[in-house]
Design a protein around this ligand. Sequence first.
Ligand code: SAH
Ligand code: SF4
Length: 394
Amino acid sequence: MRSAEREADAHEPVSVSRYDLGRDELAALLADEPSYRVSQVFNGFYQRLAEPGELTDLPRALRDRLELAPALASAFRCAAESVADRGSTLKWLLETRDGKRIETVLMRYRDRTTVCVSSQAGCAMGCTFCATGDAGFGRQLSSGEIVEQVVIASRRCRLEGWGQLGNVVLMGMGEPLANFDAVWTAVEAMNRDLGLAARHLTISTVGVVPGIRRLAGKTLQVNLAVSLHAANDLLRDQLVPLNRRYPLATVMEACEEYRASTGRRISFEWACIEDVNDRPCDAYELAALARPLGAHVNLIPLNPTPGGLSRGLRGSARTRVLALQAWLKESGVNATIRQNRGRSIDAACGQLAACGSLVAPSRAEHRNPSSYLLRGDAVGNPVPASTERGGRAQ
Ligand code: SAH
Ligand code: SF4
């Protein structure tokens, strides 16, 4: 095999999800069936969130055939489920068909549910405070693999009686705008086929300028979050290596272009790091960038990661985060302190590294990929509200 091919092999999605199949591919799979079967199957997957074996409106023989079709198998085997925050944060370690591990986190709040999905297996950006960055890059996820994470979360919401899944944030593993085409195809499918409004979809980027520009040209207006963390190039070069390629001025230009063409408000993510970016001077520099753009700031204390700690990066104390918020407000910028969900199960921002520390799946789960995660009958009882544990789903 030529080395370029080997390279492509390593980076492109080699396995797909049933959510990678469009109507044409489904039609090919159902070529010997009446044409209305295509819509039945398509609606089954997207509206009823059904697995092939659950398409009960199909004749038994066809259902059995679809259940065995490799192209319609689940993209993932659930290697582990962890639960935190009294049952309201669930993290799944999902293994792709080619053995890559990614993580998906479902969070239930009083008034909504949000799923945080991965866009790549690993990440090539190497931010110095992020566990995914430390783990390095695996491969791009396909659009279907991204959509299927949302479907898994939606099914679980339904099973738990949490109502409809409210929001999707592309803030899991990976840099969404470094996998633009797959991410955008997934976003369109979430909107068109899963019925999620664009304002409930958020793409978070570390500042991939060409990607922000492409987003600015799209008619479907999703939310854009830019992970800033530093408001001068000297500091940002250290925290976010991509800043050396796209310095702050070019990121701000792209943000302005995005705002001008979409009219949508941008948010800046700011992981508060003790004595690094939580001083008054940091607040004033940040305000100088946020104010002209009308950007909203999300403050989150840095979650500890082994790599970050080894570089001396620690989360700011609560009092410092509150002070940052107050200084920003004084400077005319609104800032929200984000809830720190899932820390105890390494499910919080930046902690996703698909580490091998979680419990291995049982043989039954191997036999029936992801079924216990996806199917009401196989999931077992919902986790008791007071339980906080790592490991495998019941
Ligand atoms: N790659 C994209 C999206 C995935 S990271 C991005 O960087 O925006 C999702 C969010 O988690 C980003 O805002 C990122 O800066 C933040 N993050 C990464 N590591 C973190 C950590 N250790 N503590 C708090 N937030 C972190
Ligand atoms: Fe990648 Fe985002 Fe982590 Fe940076 S913060 S390494 S861009 S996942």
